[in-house]
Design a protein around this ligand. Structure first.
Ligand code: UFG
Length: 332
């Protein structure tokens, strides 16, 4: 029988979508979340939610004693590039120091499988696109640096005590579950698709395009938008890969196709039939012109491939969440 899985950050945007997916597959799940960004309401019935800090060694040790997780999915982290530049210590504390408590408990209790939410931000400025996993990792902001540091920590732990890991390097997570009952609810919200939809609805006066002078076809940045439900299925496959005795590995999660900011705006207008009020602003610090994944390794190693490749579906699902019963916001 499958043992319980500990999901740190399972009440957050990507964590909660993954929890829903794994629950439907019959997994037993325990979520640890401090609800700083996550929402209790995003955790479905049938999943244990423990509200607390990853840094709380007594609590984390108790979790392992109580639930004896056979694997950990580690989502809990701070994840805003811009904020990381202004508040680096927050990023090193939450993304590097806090997970050491988790790894200590894994070592002590003999839990030797971890799926870690890493990021394309560990690569830094692209030296070539599409980027594969052999791309040099030279992060250009504290967020990317903190994620790369934890990759290194986990690798060193494997040498010392044998923990096996899958690093999932996400590209641009976006979209929401198609039922419209869970979704993306960040405060403040800085991501492109929700900002566009907030502007469409008049929640904000306009959305600003950060830079129109990039060396791309239309002058705006190109990103690889990966649907959050595709990320969820990748976690399930990574977990089963480790259960099957797979060696530690790192894989990119993206579609392999890039879309510009202007293309995403045009998509949102076409999906909703509404006009996006747009203003043009300067480039945002730390934004590379083009980030596109080469996702071939995810397919060969995990058997994973993005199913939701048309950005219309990202926009449609996010729109459904924003205009659905919860209006794009959890009650708290
Ligand atoms: N953008 C705008 N206006 C906005 C918001 C975004 O023009 O109001 C542009 C950005 O400049 C960028 C693109 O839209 O070119 C996507 O921006 P997001 O903020 O949605 O996403 P990022 O690419 O900055 O960040 C994402 C994740 C990070 C991850 C990073 C890797 O949120 O966690 O990709 O580069 F690290």
């Amino acid at each position: 029988t499958k043992g319980p899985i500990l999901v740190t950050g399972g009440a957050g945007y990507i964590g909660s979508h993954t929890v829903k997916h794994l629950l439907a597959q019959g997994e037993q799940l325990v979520v640890l979340d401090n609800l700083s960004m996550g929402h209790a309401e995003a955790v479905p019935e049938g999943v244990t939610l423990v509200e607390g800090e990853l840094m709380d060694a007594v609590l984390v040790d108790w979790l392992f004693t109580e639930y004896k997780p056979e694997a950990v999915l580690h989502f809990a982290a701070s994840a805003f590039v811009g904020e990381s530049v202004d508040e680096p210590l927050k990023y090193y504390k939450n993304n590097v120091v806090a997970p050491l408590t988790l790894l200590d408990a894994m070592k002590k209790h003999g839990t030797l499988r971890i799926v870690f939410s890493s990021t394309c931000a560990t690569y830094g400025n692209p030296q070539f696109v599409p980027m594969d996993e052999s791309h040099p990792q030279v992060p250009v902001n504290p967020y990317g640096a903190s994620k790369l540091m934890l990759e290194r920590v986990i690798q060193d732990c494997e040498v010392a005590w044998g923990v096996k890991s899958v690093f999932l390097r996400y590209f641009n997570a976006s979209g929401c579950d198609f039922e419209g009952m869970i979704g993306e609810d960040h405060e403040p919200e800085s991501h492109l698709i929700p900002r566009i939809l907030m502007a469409l609805r008049g929640e904000i006066e306009s959305m600003t395009i950060f830079g129109t002078d990039y060396p791309t076809a239309d002058g705006t940045c190109i990103r690889d938008y990966i649907h959050v439900n595709d990320l969820a299925s990748a976690h399930a496959l990574a977990l089963n890969y480790l259960r099957g005795g797979g060696e530690s590995t790192a894989v990119n999660l993206g579609t392999g196709r890039g879309f510009s900011v202007k293309e995403i705006i045009a998509t949102a207008e076409s999906v909703t039939g509404l006009k996006v009020p747009v203003t043009f602003g300067p480039r945002r610090a730390g934004d590379p012109p083009e980030l596109v994944a080469n996702p071939a390794k995810a397919k060969s190693v995990l058997g994973w491939e993005a199913q939701i490749k048309d950005p219309r579906q990202h926009v449609e699902s996010a729109w459904k969440w924003m205009t659905g019963p919860k209006g794009g916001r959890y009650s708290k």
